[in-house]
Design a binder for this molecule. Structure first.
Ligand SMILES: Cc1cc2nc3c(=O)[nH]c(=O)nc-3n(C[C@H](O)[C@H](O)[C@H](O)COP(=O)(O)O)c2cc1C
Length: 350
């Protein structure tokens, strides 16, 4: 029993969502009896420390701290130049001086400093995306006493994670919003929908399996549990909650008809992630072939276009991350949404 083991009322994990939430969402979910998550990938060390202190001050319930664990790529001047050339017409249109844009990485992987914060703040649960960190770092997390999770997008990845000691696997289906968590193969045809992936991963491993992707209401929770999930992880449904920091253009897109059309795109970061199709994805094509800066270095060249467009109320250059099923997005307090979702654990009628 996952909930019992983690001290939760319900085996529901609010998906960590870098860039659209801070501790307020985490705390609201945990206080409601499910597992709130804090994403660390886009926070500086100092900002992460502040967030951890805020969680500690606000709740004694269990919570999850989430990290990306990609390998940082070396700068690639040729890819950077090609990407800026592709964006040149937009720089001109929006009056952006491309010469002033500093290249760089938008997201940091789990490292020494983060491990020290885990040791200091001892989150009850630590989850990873893109595999696992190097063994010595993972060992430090394990020794802190954390229950360790990571996302798998295929049966092979789930087996690998189990062999490397995770306590549970998140089965991330293709419907999921945000970045794909794959780490063994970049071939997108290997990526499966949640209800095709879940039984395959259940068959592949002995540890508990948490279903993620496209689950947006109590009936979806009940369906995942009926298919053998030990718990669920839900992201997109929380994006309109007042405790999320989702931007105004992102909220507007989620409420619009446009939200019905999402696609995987690598334009914003260099790695495939699912978001609502917008102008830059339509005009350049959502998935760019190399030369394109590797994750997470593609963000820098696009960032000033995003800022300039958002200042005009436009999401044309923003990553509008969303899963395929946004029917559960509700402009309602997080605790209320969490309770509504958790009715799915009471049976198919919810
Ligand atoms: C806006 C957004 C940001 C995300 N950021 C992260 C993240 O920082 N770390 C992570 O492990 N997963 C992240 N994800 C993926 C979720 O963990 C999860 O797989 C997904 O939300 C589940 O599908 P759903 O969005 O259909 O509920 C993000 C998802 C969204 C929608």
């Amino acid at each position: 029993m996952l909930a019992q083991h983690l001290g939760l009322r319900w085996p529901l994990i609010q998906a960590p969502m870098a860039g659209v939430q801070l501790h307020a969402l985490t705390v609201a979910v945990s206080e409601a009896g499910a597992l709130g998550s804090l994403p660390a990938a886009m926070l500086s060390h100092a900002a992460l420390r502040d967030e951890l202190q805020a969680i500690r001050a606000a709740t004694e319930r269990p919570w999850n701290l989430n990290f990306f664990c990609h390998t940082e790529p070396a700068p690639d001047a040729q890819a950077e130049t090609a990407w800026r050339e592709a964006l040149q017409p937009y720089y001109q249109e929006l009056g952006v001086d491309a010469a002033k844009i500093a290249p760089g990485a938008s997201r940091a992987p789990f490292g020494e400093e983060a491990a020290a914060l885990v040791e200091q703040f001892r989150p009850p649960v630590v989850s990873f995306h893109f595999g696992l960190p190097p063994a010595p770092l993972l060992e430090r997390v394990r020794r802190s006493g954390a229950f360790v999770l990571s996302s798998a997008t295929t049966g092979d990845e789930a087996r690998w994670l189990e062999a490397h000691g995770v306590d549970a696997v998140i089965a991330q289906g293709l419907e999921a919003g945000g970045h794909r968590g794959h780490f063994m193969s970049d071939e997108l045809s290997r990526q499966l929908g949640t209800f095709a992936l879940l039984p395959q991963i259940k068959r592949a491993v002995h540890v508990p399996v948490i279903a993620a992707g496209g689950i947006a209401d109590a009936a979806g929770v009940a369906a995942a549990m009926a298919l053998g999930a030990d718990g669920v992880q839900i992201g997109t449904a929380y994006l309109l909650c007042p405790e999320a920091t989702t931007s105004a253009v992102h909220r507007a897109a989620l409420r619009s008809q446009a939200a019905a059309h999402t696609a995987l795109t690598n334009l914003f970061t260099g790695r495939p992630a699912r978001g609502i199709v917008n102008r830059v994805m339509r005009e350049l094509g959502p998935l760019r072939a190399p030369p394109h800066p590797a994750f997470p270095r593609a963000t820098a060249a696009l960032a000033p276009l995003r800022s300039a467009a958002e200042a005009r109320g436009s999401g044309d250059f923003s990553p509008l991350w969303s899963g395929q099923n946004n029917t559960g997005c509700r402009d309602m307090p997080t605790a209320e949404l969490t309770r509504a979702l958790c009715r799915g654990f009471e049976g198919p009628e919810g």
